[in-house]
Each structure stands twice: as C-alpha cells, then as structure tokens.
Design a protein around this ligand. Structure first.
Ligand SMILES: Cc1cc2nc3c(=O)[nH]c(=O)nc-3n(C[C@H](O)[C@H](O)[C@H](O)COP(=O)(O)OP(=O)(O)OC[C@H]3O[C@@H](n4cnc5c(N)ncnc54)[C@H](O)[C@@H]3O)c2cc1C
Length: 325
C-alpha cells in the first residue's frame, strides 16, 4: 500500500464529503502489525491494535534484518535503526561451517553498508517487538484481545473478540500471522501448506566460543542447516531447520530437546554442546509452512497484511543463504 498516496486521496475525499478512514483497527501486535501501526499513526490515523497474548513475553527467535527492511523502518520512524543497532548486533562477518563446526568460508558483511547504506543487523524478535511497541501510546495496544471474526457494511467494520467485546472501526487490518483469523473470515482459504520442514530455535544468554562478536554463522548440512546469531548483550540464538516429510509435533519440552539432539547425532561436539546447554523449555519447535499468493487481499474495509506468508519458506530461506554467502 502506498501510504502517502492513500492519505492524500483520503484528504481529498475528506474535503469533499465524509471522511473515509479515521479509525484503523489492527489485529496482531507482532512485527508486522506494530510497524504498520507506527506508520499509520505518523500519517494521522487513529490506530488501535488488538493482540491475543495476555502480555508481552520474551519469546521468538533471532532475526536477521537486511538493509531494505532497515531502510523501511527508518522511513516510518527516523532513528529507530540506531536503537535496533544498540540493542542487537551489527554483523561484520558471515561464516560458513560444516556440521563438524569447521569453517569453510568467511565473508565480510561491510558490503551491505557500502552498497545500501545500512548494515545487516541481528536482533531478538522480542526486542524488536518492544522497540516498535515503545513508539506507540500504550493505551492504543489492547492485550488479551483474541479476534474471532468481523462484519462490515458500507460505513463500518465491526470486530468481535473472544471475551464478547465488539469494536467498530473504519478499516480493519489483519496482521495476525500465518493462521490469521482475519484472513480466515476474509478469504477462507483454509490451513497453511506444510513445507515438509521443521524448525527448532531459541534465544539464550551464554558465553560460548563458537561465535565471535559481530559474526553470523551458517552451518550447512544435508537437507538441514543451522544459523547461529549474535543478538547483543551476550544473547545468542540458534535456529535449526531440517527436511521432515511428515510433520511430527513433540508432546513436551523434554521431547523437543531430545528430537533436536537425535537429529544432530552426527554433528560435531561444539555444535551439539550448544544445544545440550540450552534449557529444554527455551527451545521452540515450529512447523514450516506458507500460503499460496492471493490475487486480491482486501474486501471492502478489511485487509490482510500478507499476500504470501512466512518468509522462512524454502525459497526465501534459500535466498537468505545466497545473499549472505
Ligand atoms: C524459524 C523462523 C525464522 C525466521 N527468521 C527470520 C529472519 O531472520 N528475518 C526476518 O525478517 N523474518 C524471519 N522470520 C519471519 C518472521 O518471524 C515473520 O515474518 C514475522 O514475524 C511475521 O510478522 P507478523 O507480524 O506478520 O506475524 P507474527 O509475528 O506471527 O505476529 C502475529 C501476531 O498476531 C497475534 N495474533 C494471532 N492471532 C490473533 C487473533 N486471532 N487475535 C489477536 N491477535 C492474534 C499473535 O499473537 C502475534 O503477536 C522467521 C520465521 C521463522 C518461523
């Protein structure tokens, strides 16, 4: 969406008739929902965000933020990239290793700054969520609000929540992730597609020798890989992903950890010991899926944020690997 163009159009319409859009409701206080909220508030909209979680907790994995994303964030909130840099880690070198932990290649990451004016930054998902949330008035973020559906007419959209509340807005934006309730009601295209791949990830605070400051490591195996990310302040994240034809979800935290360790049985001691040192309850198991692109992703006063979902689809993740090495 070209926000400036739409705001100008809105202003023109406002001059001649009733305002089209004043109140915007966003479902989901993830990175997408919060970033859109920051941008729309800057354009003068009254934005309210509704999030199903009861509180903001330290969840999520480590993220790699590339120059295009950082330039976008700086455009909607000048100075925010400096805050992200201070809390996260500016990557100087990317390192390619084999599963025994031996270095195959290193690449300087300075070319990002030279070419695009922004570095590659790694940051904890939770920290980025907190940075974005801090740019919004706290009273505009409504936690413990699980959206269960909506109805719209020519003038309004009514949004329904699990605990019985109903709110009215001029525009509804669904930023509620890959299993979006808004998308379900708007498009009704069923469940996401399993991409025959599972992931396990964590963020832990630890001193280790695998990863130097300013380094991002990619461990390439056979139909499996692992990222090791520095997130600043002694936090590191490992993200392990493996081809898994059948999706098997573990029953408890102990089973999750045993599952990862059994997959890493042939890996070198340095990498295995990092997983062994991770508390089982800190490891998040994930099913990798995506959705097919849509031709249209809005109807009337309701929009779905994603044309196509999770960037950890195989194609995008391959692109990520190709970009850093
Ligand atoms: C293993 C893995 C690694 C990744 N690595 C990277 C990376 O390095 N770099 C990168 O840029 N991206 C990465 N991603 C992708 C990134 O995490 C997602 O693209 C991003 O989080 C999507 O943001 P979102 O706000 O659209 O959705 P989400 O982050 O999923 O947020 C959705 C929000 O909506 C809330 N919600 C859901 N349903 C409802 C409801 N019914 N009512 C109210 N609230 C609701 C949820 O609680 C959540 O807060 C990775 C993803 C995975 C799985």
């Amino acid at each position: 969406m070209n926000l400036h163009a739409s705001a100008e159009k809105n202003t023109q319409i406002e001059k001649s008739s009733q305002p089209l859009i004043e109140k915007v409701a966003i479902i989901g206080a993830g990175l997408g929902g919060l970033a859109v909220a920051v941008a729309l508030r800057k354009l003068g909209y009254d934005v309210q965000i509704y999030e199903k979680a009861r509180d903001f907790r330290p969840i999520g994995g480590g993220l790699g933020l590339f120059p295009n994303g950082l330039n976008f964030l700086d455009a909607i909130e000048p100075g925010i990239v400096e805050t992200i840099k201070n809390l996260g880690c500016e990557i100087q070198t990317s390192v390619l290793k084999n599963t025994q932990g031996e270095t195959i290649r290193t690449n300087p990451a300075s070319r990002y700054g030279d070419k695009y004016g922004q570095p590659l930054i790694t940051v904890w998902w939770w920290h980025l969520q907190q940075i974005l949330a801090s740019k919004l008035p706290s009273e505009s973020i409504h936690l413990n609000h699980r959206c269960i559906g909506f109805e719209q007419d020519e003038r309004n959209v009514f949004i329904y929540f699990e605990h019985g509340e109903k709110v009215c807005a001029d525009l509804l934006i669904g930023a509620d992730g890959i299993n979006s309730a808004v998308r379900g009601a708007l498009i009704g295209d069923g469940k996401p597609r399993y991409l025959k791949s599972m992931s396990w990830r964590t963020v832990i605070k630890c001193h280790q020798e695998l990863l130097n400051p300013g380094e991002l490591t990619f461990v390439k195996g056979n139909q499996e890989f692992m990222f090791l990310l520095n997130l600043g302040d002694d936090y590191i994240s490992w993200v392990y992903r493996k081809f898994f034809p059948d999706c098997i979800v573990s029953q408890d935290a102990g089973e999750v950890k045993s599952q990862v360790l059994s997959q890493l049985a042939d890996w070198g001691e340095s990498l295995r010991s990092l997983v062994e040192a991770t508390p089982a309850e800190r490891i998040q198991e994930g099913i990798i899926c995506d959705r097919l692109p849509l031709k249209s992703w809005s109807k009337g006063r309701v929009r779905e944020l994603h044309k196509k979902n999770d960037p950890m689809t195989s194609r995008v993740s391959q692109k990520f690997q190709q970009t850093i090495f």
